[in-house]
Ligand binder design. Structure first.
Ligand SMILES: NC(=O)c1ccc[n+]([C@@H]2O[C@H](COP(=O)([O-])OP(=O)(O)OC[C@H]3O[C@@H](n4cnc5c(N)ncnc54)[C@H](OP(=O)(O)O)[C@@H]3O)[C@@H](O)[C@H]2O)c1
Length: 256
């Protein structure tokens, strides 16, 4: 027993939001650990690039284009994955969007879009793909949360509301599906510069404040998420469920 606890050889991972700033590193990390990985999101060009990289690592993949806010598209995805791979062992829910506006300026459309991508897509993916795991009596679900699940980030009300929901959905699903051998956990990344937030995080005063309040004194690098992702996807975490693991350089722990 040792490193083999983290071995994902033969496992099939569906990764929603794989082509994003964080998802690219995390999904390739799963492939490096041995998993076959299907990158799921809308942009087919970006998905294709990732499929190529996964295959170059010697793993199987599949090119799809899916809007995860659409149940019909997720159901079609399930059919394709079952036909090609026969099972789903790992589901990562990392689709995300952010609207940066004061609360009073957020329109209903913007509120709904953030809810749909960050929370409803998670509900849909778990409802469409989760039953495969329940049926096979094993599975690992990893939901991507945020500092915004714990803290009030100004001009991010819809985003923070969805991430609080992500933490709670994670706990409820862990409670419902634990008896069937399915673990459900979340990762709460700290601050990482990606297309989601680069306009905000690259402002010098924001960077100085956030990295200054981070004990490790820097922003995260997407590779910083790989170890925790592999841990939660592998047998190493078989008795871990319903938890939210911050990968934040100590941001949540810091007072002054
Ligand atoms: N960056 C950070 O500092 C940070 C911190 C905490 C938490 N997070 C969370 O981490 C996750 C990934 O964020 P990121 O920073 O990597 O952002 P990103 O680079 O903007 O990536 C967002 C991902 O979501 C996908 N997506 C968006 N709408 C979708 C839809 N309707 N259907 C399917 N996929 C959709 C995008 O792909 P397509 O456009 O191709 O659909 C892309 O793969 C999000 O949940 C975010 O809230 C990020």
């Amino acid at each position: 027993m040792g490193l083999e606890l983290f071995d994902l050889a033969g496992k099939v991972a569906v990764f929603i939001g794989a082509n994003g700033g964080l998802g690219s590193a995390m999904s390739l990390g799963l492939a490096e650990a041995g998993a076959d990985v299907i990158p799921v999101s809308r942009n087919e060009e970006k998905n294709e690039e990732l499929v190529r990289k996964i295959e170059m690592l010697g793993r199987r993949s599949m090119l799809v284009s899916v809007d995860a806010t659409r149940r019909d598209q997720l159901e079609k995805l399930r059919e394709q994955v079952v036909a090609e791979f026969g099972r789903v062992d790992i589901l990562v829910n990392a689709a995300g969007t952010l609207v940066k506006k004061p609360f009073l300026e957020i329109s209903e459309d913007e509120w709904d879009r953030v809810m749909d991508v960050n929370l409803k897509a998670m509900y849909l993916a778990c409802q469409v793909l989760g039953p495969l795991m329940v049926e096979q009596r094993s599975g690992k679900i990893i939901n991507i949360s945020s500092m915004g699940a714990f803290l009030g980030i100004t001009r991010s009300s819809a985003y923070c509301a969805t991430k609080g929901g992500v933490n709670q959905l994670t706990k409820v699903l862990a409670s419902e599906w634990g008896p069937y051998g399915v673990t459900v956990n979340a990762i709460a990344p700290g601050f990482f510069v990606t297309p989601l937030n680069e306009k905000v995080l690259t402002q010098p005063e924001v960077e100085a404040k956030l990295t200054g309040d981070t004990p490790l004194k820097r922003y995260g690098n997407p590779r910083d998420l790989v170890g925790t992702t592999i841990f939660l996807a592998s047998a190493a975490s078989d008795f871990v469920t319903g938890t939210v693991i911050p990968v934040d350089g100590g941001y949540l722990a810091y007072a002054f």
